[in-house]
Design a protein around this ligand. Structure first.
Ligand SMILES: [Zn+2]
Length: 301
């Protein structure tokens, strides 16, 4: 029995995981705690309640968070979390629960979750790309998660895709994230003279809805997105040679609107030697449980 904790900007999900299934879960707010110590107390208490209520013992706790470094167990100045200093959260949770605790970044957690329990099972080489508020990635190469020399490998979202392109949140220009994040897609829609009324709803589902109703700018938004993402993924394949690329997150759930043009573009940009050796799919994990499963999978490394 494992515990998976997914720390998001607004809420934190804690789940009990048995054989690749979330058997019980709860949610606490991420902000509003006096400080990081109070937050760690709340996490430990939630973990204790989950195990007691279900009469289970957990053998390990995996925590997925933005800007988390798996090598050090520290959350490093995450811009979307309430604490701006470095938080050694793995150690803090382990001290409070007495259970071995592992911390990793949310994209790596998603990659491990997909590898252990989802669309990547049985593969030695996998690339997972998360499309949401940001664009993240996790690489499994030769049966191992790639961490890099400082623990922060796999930042596909900040690969330059357009030289001198759009401003990115990282302070540079033209990153994949500036085009493929939720904000990026909404910006593309406006640049294509889309109807600002459509964007009164948050997220990208509103653009997908408009596209399904025949809105030309909305359809074009997905075609442009497919072009940027297609080249980014094909470039990444050329580096690690995965057998499968898995797309994860809200935008990946736009269905054929994105996947049809994307499959085409991906094949077009792909180097010949990879044709027929890599496929491109969307996550096979249930949407609500995927992040908890991924966090739990961090403990299996
Ligand atoms: Zn960037």
């Amino acid at each position: 029995m494992l515990i998976g904790i997914d720390i998001g900007g607004t809420s934190t999900k804690i789940g009990l995981v048995d054989s690749g299934k979330v058997v019980a879960s709860k949610r606490i707010p991420t902000s509003g705690h006096a400080d990081e110590f109070a937050f760690a107390d709340a996490l430990a208490e939630a973990a204790r309640q989950l195990t007691t209520d279900n009469g289970q013992l957990a053998t390990a706790i995996g925590i997925g968070a933005p800007n988390a470094n798996q090598l050090t167990g520290i959350i490093e100045m995450a811009p979307n979390l309430p604490w701006k200093n470095d938080i050694p959260l793995a150690q803090m949770v382990q001290e409070r629960t007495g259970i071995r605790s592992v911390l990793g970044n949310d994209a790596n957690a998603a990659a491990l979750g997909e590898w252990r329990y989802g669309a990547g099972q049985g593969l030695n080489d996998l690339l997972l790309v998360t499309l949401g508020t940001g664009v993240g990635s996790g690489f499994i190469v030769n049966g191992q998660l790639v961490l890099g020399n400082a623990g922060n490998a796999g930042e596909l979202g900040h690969m330059t895709i357009v030289i001198d392109g759009r401003d990115c949140t990282c302070g540079r220009k033209g990153c994949l994230e500036a085009y493929m994040s939720i904000r990026g897609l909404r910006r593309t829609y406006l640049e294509l003279d889309g109807d600002p009324e459509v964007l009164k709803e948050e997220g990208v589902h509103c653009i997908a809805k408009a596209a399904e109703a025949g809105d030309a700018a909305a359809l074009q938004t997905f075609r442009h997105a497919a072009r940027w993402l297609g080249v980014g993924l094909a470039n990444a394949v050329a580096v690690t040679g995965p057998a499968r690329v898995v797309l994860f997150g809200g935008i990946a759930r736009s269905g054929d609107l994105l996947m049809m043009p994307l499959q085409e573009r991906f094949q077009e940009f792909l180097l010949n030697i990879y044709h027929g050796r890599v496929d491109l799919v969307t996550s096979a994990l249930p949407e609500d449980d995927a992040a908890i499963l991924g966090a739990a999978a961090l403990t299996t490394m």
